[in-house]
Design a protein around this ligand. Structure first.
Ligand SMILES: Cc1ncc(COP(=O)(O)O)c(C=O)c1O
Length: 461
């Protein structure tokens, strides 16, 4: 689409669907934290709730059957949205992407002789799978990152071993916005791995076509895609791969039968065997409207729009200078829009070259009405690589803190303020416009000029 037409289209969308942003004076730049819902989604949800009487699924009565029908239709809509063939894939509804990853981790048949392989750039909900792997004697292999926080050149994925191996990676980093090559899926599969693709940060602004790229498992959180509902995510799973998992327990809704006196049970086949208890059926009922909303705007168009704005964001971050000409901002990760999404991690540097604690920046930005995220974004591997934290020093500092006493401020003090221990993150989405980035630029320019009141006493966190 031509640039002007694209801008007009998204400007119209901002005023018709997201006017609450401007009414409230918000500059919202935390789309990787959560997407925003369009007003038309609200109307669809209200209509649906007003006209249907929905009971707890899993029964034959009319209101239960209606809820079951809506849940099943939504499963179909999710597969359709991602181009997944229903004869190959199914959808397990979960609370969020983390819930989807946990289902895989806890049920994966790890054992001595198998490997769990993952890049250092991963959300903790993927990192956490290593606890299941290690507990069952599997080897955990982290793949290194380069200075752009991409997989280091020449990185070799070791073959999966004698037992089933799992390879997991994010399609887009929630820290740096790096888009790891999707051909890793086939590479890892050809080495014998079951592949889990963490698509949580990718799918809100990029098309994902599971007929072209076919991981065994994909996890998403719907609120990240379209804001509403919260509390619903999905594990989109190859039926065959799902059948290879070994559930460690059963719960209401997952079983064909349970005998207490005989102590036996049989799980339901397919997705039902993985959905513990009553599904969030009213939340699930709102998913199709969200998918329809994105489809109507067009994922390719959203991608194009966000790519254009990301270029501008990188520019906004690289422009402000201190009076002596030194840059105000250090960006972590790729400096260009090449193979990256609209998520950028950065820190501000003071006139003496020291990192301004992210908590100070976050609070100052908040006062200016700008929602940025501060911290490590649950991605410790990308953070450690970005900040060049020496492993031994970090270990000493982490271990010096008893459970319950940990703060990033204390880590910063322990490391001697030489290292950043957290960063700021700006992330763009469907409703971002040029004016948002102008406001961010204005804030940064004022910050560089010393015109932004900051709490100098506050350290990180
Ligand atoms: C890449 C990635 N994976 C997983 C998650 C976990 O998502 P949730 O908190 O919705 O479970 C996030 C959340 O930010 C994410 O960005």
């Amino acid at each position: 689409m031509e640039a002007d037409a694209l801008r007009e289209r998204f400007d119209a969308l901002r005023s018709s669907e997201f006017r609450r942003l401007d009414e409230g004076g918000h500059v919202y730049l935390d789309y990787t934290g959560s997407g925003l819902y369009g007003e038309s989604q609200l109307r669809s949800e209200q209509e649906l709730l007003r006209h249907h009487v929905l009971g707890n699924p899993h029964s034959e009565n009319p209101t239960s059957s209606e809820a079951t029908r809506i849940v099943q239709r939504t499963r179909h809509d999710v597969l359709d949205f991602f181009g997944a063939d229903p004869s190959d894939y199914t959808v397990v509804f979960t609370a969020n992407a983390s819930g989807a990853l946990k289902l895989v981790g806890e049920a994966f048949p790890f054992g001595p002789g198998s490997r769990f392989v993952l890049p250092r750039d991963n959300h903790n909900s993927v990192n956490g799978i290593r606890v299941f792997a290690e507990a069952r004697g599997a080897e955990v292999v982290y793949l290194p990152l380069d200075d752009e926080l991409r997989l280091a050149a020449g990185t070799v994925i070791p073959p999966s071993g004698s037992e089933p191996g799992l390879f997991a990676f994010p399609a887009q980093s929630n820290f740096s916005g790096v888009q790891h090559p999707l051909d890793l899926v086939e590479k890892a599969r050809s080495l014998g791995y079951v592949v889990a693709l963490d698509a949580a940060a990718f799918v809100p602004t990029n098309p994902l076509d599971l007929s072209a790229v076919s991981p065994d498992f994909v996890c998403v959180s719907f609120y990240k895609m379209f804001g509403l509902p919260t509390g619903v995510g999905a594990l989109i799973a190859r039926r065959q791969a799902l059948a290879g998992l070994q559930r460690p327990w059963f719960a209401g809704g997952t079983v064909e039968y349970v005998s207490v006196q005989n102590r036996i049970h049989q799980l339901q086949p397919g997705a039902a065997g993985f959905e513990d208890g009553t599904p969030n059926f009213l939340g699930i009922a709102a998913v199709s409207a969200g998918l329809g909303f994105l489809r109507e705007v067009g994922m390719e168009r959203i991608h194009e729009r966000v790519a254009g704005l990301t270029e501008r964001l990188l520019d906004v971050l690289s422009t402000p200078r201190h009076p002596d000409g030194n840059p105000l901002v250090t960006v972590y990760g790729p400096p260009t829009t090449d193979a990256r999404g609209g998520t950028v991690a950065f820190n501000l540097v003071d006139a003496e070259g020291g990192v301004v604690p992210y908590g100070v920046v976050e609070r100052a930005a908040s006062t200016a009405g700008i929602s940025l995220r501060g911290g490590c974004f649950c991605n410790p591997g990308a953070s450690e690589a970005a900040f060049h934290l020496p492993a031994a020093d970090a270990l000493r500092c982490f271990q010096s803190m008893r459970q319950g006493s940990f703060t990033l401020k204390k880590v910063a003090e322990c490391l001697g303020h030489e290292y950043a221990v957290g960063a700021m993150r700006a992330s763009l989405g469907i409703a971002t416009n040029e004016a948002d980035l102008d406001r961010l630029e204005e804030f940064l320019v004022r910050f560089a000029a010393g015109e932004v009141p900051v709490e100098r006493a506050a350290a990180a966190g």
